[in-house]
Write a protein that binds this ligand. Structure first.
Ligand SMILES: [Mn+2]
Length: 316
């Protein structure tokens, strides 16, 4: 790892153009890790990376520091290849989305990720699936290299760790807490950052509440299944984490699945487990993720996907 990080900074020093992107439909870790790394590179190496995204950025992330420096991928000049393309937090090549042509042309590709992934796209991979967020890897890279960190970087790294660990709930080691403790000592205000993200449209929160209220329960109440249909999907802000959290608080519920009809015959799934790993279920549906928080996108009808989910959970 140490050597890979050295190689990373060597390549950054020699690059004249850098593009950084996260996964499609960015979440807090994806967006903030991209911005934190770009800002670190700019402040420490004097080169300003282009930050790219594809899909929708949730309104809850509108107030993230430096949010305005991230560009929609279609607005980037594709005529010249980038010396370095850095993909972060992407998990699976399908999540690169519209950024793929940039990778195809780039002179060198680096990935920085904390998802389990056997299908790497990077020529240099700084991956650690024991890290609770991609931002944890960025923090370690920053410290190893002895980089200067300002309050933007500290806020962005904290936001990324808070969102991906569900405010530390999913921490599997002391790392996220130790790192955020260090960031707080350097001036980060956790409460202020959480308040920054309370920025969802009213319709989004109302939809989340309604979706949770209409959930169905299977297998003696161990599986909670909630559905967002096509006409409501446009109001959903992000993945529907609030729905997953609410249903996961119910006595006896071990698994929560949120089914989202993104388009006719394009169904997004978010799967959470309070006990056993369930990432194999996401993999069986063509997706992936973490042991207890995974997802997939399936090209099929809502009814068929729902039936497959119920079938897969029969064994659990
Ligand atoms: Mn992440």
């Amino acid at each position: 790892m140490e050597q890979k990080i050295n190689e990373f900074f060597e390549r950054v020093r020699n690059a004249k153009s850098i593009a950084i992107m996260g996964h499609k439909n960015p979440d807090g870790d994806s967006l903030c890790s991209v911005l934190a790394l770009a800002h670190l590179i700019e402040k420490n190496f004097g080169i300003s990376p282009v930050c790219l995204y594809d899909g929708n950025i949730p309104d809850a992330l509108d107030n993230v520091p430096l949010r305005s420096r991230i560009k929609y991928f279609e607005r980037v000049d594709m005529s010249k290849p980038f010396d370095l393309a850095i993909v972060m937090d992407y998990g699976n090549p399908v999540h690169i989305g519209g950024g793929q042509p940039i990778l195809d042309k780039a002179r060198f590709i680096i990935e920085i990720d904390h998802h389990r992934n056997d299908n790497n796209v990077g020529q240099l991979c700084i991956n650690d699936d024991s890290a609770a967020a991609t931002a944890i890897i960025v923090y370690k890279m920053m410290r190893q290299e002895g980089l200067f960190m300002d309050s933007y970087t500290a806020d962005l790294l904290t936001l990324a760790i808070l969102t991906d660990t569900g405010n530390f709930k999913f921490a599997r080691s002391g790392d996220p807490l130790r790192i955020v403790a260090d960031l707080v000592d350097s001036g980060v205000n956790i409460r202020g950052l959480i308040e920054l993200m309370n920025n969802k449209p009213r319709k989004a929160v109302q939809l989340e509440a309604r979706t949770a209220a209409n959930a169905e329960f299977f297998y003696h109440g161990r599986l909670a299944l909630a559905t967002v249909c096509k006409k409501d999907y446009k109001y959903l802000d992000g993945r529907g984490e609030t729905v997953l959290n609410l249903l996961g608080q119910i006595q006896g519920v071990d698994y929560v699945v949120l089914i989202k009809e993104q388009k006719p015959e394009q169904i997004g799934l978010s799967i959470r487990s309070r006990k056993k790993p369930i990432d194999h279920i996401a993999v069986a549906l063509g997706g992936g993720g973490h042991e207890r928080a995974a997802g997939a996108v399936v090209r099929d009808t809502l009814e068929n996907v729902r039936a497959r989910v119920l079938e897969l959970f029969k064994e659990e």
